[in-house]
Structures are given as structure tokens and as C-alpha cells.
Design a protein around this ligand. Structure first.
Ligand SMILES: [Zn+2]
Length: 367
């Protein structure tokens, strides 16, 4: 294939790329890319537009290039234990349509129908059939095995010993049946990993290569690790399972089989302080306790991985800055200054990072 064709095809999956990014991707001199792009612009095969990443900057904005008339669309459904939300989103991170639904967990079939209908509704609202979508993504609140793309653990019922907090309906067979009903095999990914990819592609992590993303909700903690611009899943999909970091040698046994895990030390009562609308005099104390404990838990990770940034879930809203500052204080107090000298601790920029992680994941998978 000619260089023109190669670059044209690459721009389909990387819309909004600068000439410098094209040069890096192909290992070509900038001058060569400039002349190839000049020919493509002349033939009307690519479009040029101001770079939205530099909006508000001074001077003439740099420009980016996209393949004309070739926006790839991704359908994504994100599940929590009780709810599903779906969207159609393009590779530039523009959300075209959305849908929300409760998950009917009365049977495996009902769960599959809930998830697929939610995705169907989003597609219909976006004016497209499921078969017309270029990629499909399923986001789950669970560790996902990198080899099988299915959940790494099976749930334990909530009212029995060893409850592991996983959605009771979650199983390999549910995801198999959902995949069989979709027109193409979906990418299946952990929800915090999706959010981490999104913040690094479209949000607060754009300028960093090494990022730890913290998903923090009343339901617990998730974490996504991006090292050298690559998502880390580990051997069994357990990479980034911060909730199961060993914190206390005399702590209670955890459902994961470990002892004194972060999740057991903080506990569900503490996490309730993060619920939207939660109030009361003890709330700020609980939030500060979460931040201090998280800061100490992140200390060995920052020593081992020496990241550029820790990005906090944008969904924390108004309490985000308080948690960010609390984590920073306890992390820096517990860690060698050399490991955290240039560390940025920031709140995320994306309201729906999990959904926006879908095009980032699909693009990475196609590289
Ligand atoms: Zn554990």
C-alpha cells in the first residue's frame, strides 16, 4: 500500500491526530508527513480542523486531521450490580446517544435481555442499528481475565459468608450469551480500566504516560493502571485491584482470600460517606479517613511504579478536591520524596469516563 493509503486508513481509527502524531506513529520525518498530508488534503480525502485539545490557548491553534466521512462508532454498555447505561460514541469522544435501564436479575436470560435492550435503545436513539456499529464494548464492575475476556471471579451471595461484593448475576455464561446475541464479539473490560483509558485519552491524563486512576464510589474502590501509555491488566486481570492491597497484618480475612485488605479496613459504612447527598457531622471525618488510608495504600504503589499522576474519579464532585488533598498529604508523608517529587494528584475531567473509555479501548485493541 502507498504511504497515502496507510495514513488515510490510520486516520479512520485515530481521528483528530496532529501531523506530529502521524509522524511518530509511522516513524516518518515530519516533512514527509507534511507533504503526504498536503496531497491528501488536495484530494479531499482528509479534513483539517483546529485542535480541540488546545482550546483557549494563545496564538494560532495547531490543527488536527481526520479521514473525511469515516467516523467509526462504538456501542457501549456499562453495568453496575443493578443498573445499565449504554451509549453510542465515536472515536473522537463525542457521545451521540444514551440509554439507561434497570437490570432485571431474576434470571440469566433477563440480565442478558436488560443489557442488550439498553444497548439497542442507545443505538436506536442514535439512528443506527446494532449491526451498523463498528465496535461493541461491555464494561463490568469486576476484574476481567485478559486471556478469556470474561470475569476473573464468580460472585458469592450477599447473605452468605465470604460475600465478595460482585453483582450476583455476574458470570462467564451471562457474558457468553450476551456476546452470542450481539452482531460482533464485544470487547469486555473492567469499568475502572475504561475510565482510566478515557481520562488518559480525552481528560486529565492526556499529558501523562504513567497514570494511576482511582474510581471511588459508595460501592467501593477500583483502580486502572496505565504504564508507558499501556493499560496494565496483569496475569489474571487483577492488576489495579487496589481494594485488595494488604494494609493491616491483623485485619480481618477478606473475601478475596487475603487478610487486612484495604476494602476490609475501610468497610462499607465508611464508603457510605461518598454517597451523593450523604450528610451529617461524621461525614467529613469519614471522608478524611478514606483519603488518609488511600494515601498510605498508594505509597508502596508510587514507590514501585513511580507514576506521573494519580487521577481521581470525576464523579466525586464537590468532595473531590478534599479527597485529593487528603490523599496527597498522607501519601507524601509516607513516601520517599524521590518517588513523588513530580507526582500530580488531580481530579478527573470526564463526567462519564467509563463510556468514553470505549473508543479508547477499541482503538487500542486494533493497534
Ligand atoms: Zn481482599
Amino acid at each position: 500500500m502507498s504511504r497515502e493509503t496507510d495514513i488515510c486508513e490510520w486516520l479512520v481509527r485515530h481521528p483528530g491526530s496532529s501531523r506530529a502524531e502521524i509522524a511518530t506513529a509511522f516513524g516518518l520525518p515530519r516533512t514527509t508527513v507534511t507533504s503526504v498530508v498536503g496531497r491528501l488534503l488536495g484530494q479531499g480525502l482528509v479534513d483539517e480542523a483546529p485542535d480541540p485539545r488546545h482550546a483557549g490557548g494563545r496564538g494560532r491553534p495547531p490543527t488536527v486531521l481526520s479521514r473525511r466521512g469515516a467516523d467509526l462508532l462504538v456501542g457501549v454498555v456499562i453495568a453496575t450490580p443493578t443498573r445499565a447505561r449504554a451509549a453510542v460514541v465515536d472515536y473522537r469522544g463525542q457521545i451521540h446517544s444514551r440509554a439507561h435501564a434497570l437490570i432485571d436479575a431474576s434470571s440469566e436470560r433477563a440480565v442478558v435481555t436488560s443489557l442488550r435492550s439498553c444497548l439497542d435503545t442507545a443505538a436506536t436513539k442514535g439512528g443506527i442499528a446494532l449491526t451498523g456499529l463498528d465496535e461493541l464494548v461491555v464494561g463490568l464492575p469486576a476484574a476481567i481475565r485478559p486471556d478469556t475476556r470474561r470475569p476473573a471471579l464468580t460472585p458469592v451471595p450477599e447473605n452468605s459468608a465470604g460475600w465478595n461484593g460482585l453483582a450476583p448475576w455476574l458470570s462467564t455464561s451471562v457474558i457468553d450469551h450476551l456476546a452470542a446475541e450481539l452482531p460482533r464479539e464485544p470487547h469486555v473490560e473492567n469499568d475502572a480500566n475504561l475510565a482510566a483509558l478515557a481520562e488518559c485519552e480525552f481528560g486529565a491524563g492526556r499529558q501523562f504516560r504513567n497514570t494511576m486512576y482511582l474510581k471511588l464510589t459508595a460501592a467501593g474502590i477500583g483502580c486502572g493502571l496505565i504504564i508507558d501509555n499501556h493499560l496494565q491488566r496483569g496475569s489474571t486481570g487483577f492488576a489495579g485491584e487496589l481494594a485488595h492491597m494488604h494494609i493491616h497484618p491483623d485485619g480481618p480475612i477478606c473475601h478475596c482470600g487475603g487478610r487486612g485488605c484495604l476494602a476490609t479496613i475501610l468497610g462499607q459504612d465508611v464508603f457510605r460517606a461518598l454517597e451523593p447527598g450523604a450528610d451529617g457531622p461524621d461525614r467529613l471525618r469519614a471522608i478524611d479517613a478514606i483519603a488518609a488510608t488511600l494515601g498510605r495504600a498508594l505509597s508502596p504503589l508510587c514507590t514501585l511504579l513511580n507514576p506521573d499522576a494519580v487521577i481521581l474519579d470525576a464523579g466525586l464532585g464537590q468532595i473531590g478536591p478534599r479527597i485529593r488533598d487528603g490523599i496527597g498529604h498522607s501519601l507524601r508523608a509516607a513516601t520517599s520524596p524521590a518517588a513523588v517529587a513530580t507526582l500530580h494528584i488531580v481530579t478527573g475531567e470526564l463526567d462519564d469516563a467509563e463510556v468514553l473509555g470505549a473508543p479508547a479501548l477499541a482503538r487500542n485493541a486494533s493497534r
